[in-house]
Design a protein around this ligand. Structure first.
Ligand SMILES: Cc1ncc(COP(=O)(O)O)c(C=O)c1O
Length: 384
């Protein structure tokens, strides 16, 4: 049999997916597994967005859209950033892709060459290093500490820059830690990127899920070098619709659009149309966000208090829907500890290995309060 390319052999599988798959297999075998692995809201999307999708079907929006996205959606994205984040862009600075993930992939391809260095703040989302490596880049991690609530030290970030650095990725609120970086930290990192003439990606997927502190828009701090990445998946609970976007300097967006034109020809037409409703029917979307945020706040409290009470130190996250628990009381190796949680307590979590968070695991609280309470009870029995 012909063998796959070396490039594809080197692509790492996402450990989130691997643990989800294992939990799924156990479920199929009849084991009652609680999966706290997925990065996916458990809520139904807002009703007005679903209505817009039905309308799109009725109107027969079945054709290809422009590769960079429909004009209506790009306009709505521009209006969103002006209204909520206080910065203006032109629709020609926007690309809509098949999820934020695709936009990030194209951005990394468009920003770096083989051998270029990319500064990542660890613990980081697993797809960043994978995407950097596919592009031939070299990951330079800067570790944020649990004692600091996983907020990085901007001086340590600055110290990681060299004349080979082409890109730094910021993700606040963060997956996997839920950290929300203070304005001063964001400003300092943007200043460093600008001083070195490096690209900056602001991955803002979790912007709407902040419980304390406030969101700092990065784009105005460094407009000529920043790509803002956002999407419909997390805040609007539309993961399966696969709509994400990037806003940045026009030459970069043009390059990403050329690439996207060769890969997908553009995102799904129906989902693009429906996402316009999420961004323009502001009051309804705001009401949905208030309701879901309130639910996440309650769940977060129960989960974090519970884990700490059980002797698994867990910092209080201020955004997103994840908490990072220290699993070393179960096993010094986080992979072994997570496997014990899955196989003995039937609770699925994602070990910190691929997040560059040794000793830790990520718990997702995008699940019901009852499920969280049941998971805690199971972990308590395991520890006993
Ligand atoms: C930090 C971060 N960025 C980007 C994404 C991409 O999300 P999507 O492709 O669903 O827009 C995710 C999803 O898990 C994420 O956690």
């Amino acid at each position: 049999m012909p063998s796959p390319s070396r490039r594809i052999d080197a692509v790492r599988a996402s450990s989130t997916v691997a643990f989800n798959t294992k939990a799924g297999e156990m479920k199929r075998q009849g084991v009652d597994v609680i999966a706290m692995t997925a990065g996916e809201p458990d809520f139904q999307p807002p009703a007005h967005v679903l209505d817009a999708a039905r309308e799109a079907v009725d109107r027969g929006l079945t054709k290809y859209t422009p590769a960079e996205g429909t004009f209506a959606l790009r306009e709505a994205i521009v209006a969103k950033h002006a209204r909520e984040n206080g910065w203006e862009a032109d629709p020609s600075q926007v690309i809509v892709g098949t999820g934020g993930k695709q936009v990030l992939y194209e951005a990394v391809q468009a920003m770096i060459d083989p051998g270029d260095e990319v500064v990542l703040i660890a613990p980081y989302w697993v797809s960043y290093p994978a995407q950097v490596e596919i592009a031939g880049g070299v990951v330079v991690p800067v570790h944020a500490r649990a004692e600091d609530g996983f907020v990085p030290d901007p001086d340590a970030v600055a110290a990681a820059f060299t004349d080979k650095t082409r890109l730094v990725i910021l993700n606040s609120p963060s997956n996997p830690t839920g950290a929300v970086y203070p304005r001063a930290v964001v400003e300092a990192i943007a200043r460093t990127a600008r001083e070195w003439g490096a690209w900056l990606i602001a991955d803002d997927l979790y912007e709407h899920l902040i419980y304390e502190g406030s969101f700092t828009p990065v784009q105005p701090l460094y407009p000529e070098g920043t790509l803002t990445v956002h999407g419909a998946s997390k805040g609007f609970a539309l993961t399966g619709w696969r709509i994400g976007w990037g806003v940045g300097p026009q030459p970069l967006i043009k390059g990403m659009t050329r690439l996207q034109g060769q890969i997908t020809s553009g995102a799904n037409a129906l989902a693009q149309h429906a996402t316009v409703a999420a961004l323009t029917e502001v009051e309804k979307t705001e009401a949905f966000l208030r309701e879901t945020r309130a639910a996440y706040v309650e769940r977060r409290q129960v989960l974090v208090d519970g884990l700490n009470r059980l002797g698994l130190p867990t910092a209080m996250p201020h955004g997103a829907f994840y908490a990072m628990a220290d699993l070393t009381p179960i096993d010094a190796d986080e992979g072994t500890a997570a496997l014990r949680l899955l196989e003995e307590a039937h609770v699925g979590v994602v070990p910190g290995t691929d997040f560059a968070a040794p000793g830790f695991a990520r718990f997702s609280y995008a699940t019901s309060l009852e499920t969280i309470e049941e998971a805690l009870a199971r972990i308590e029995r395991l520890l006993a």
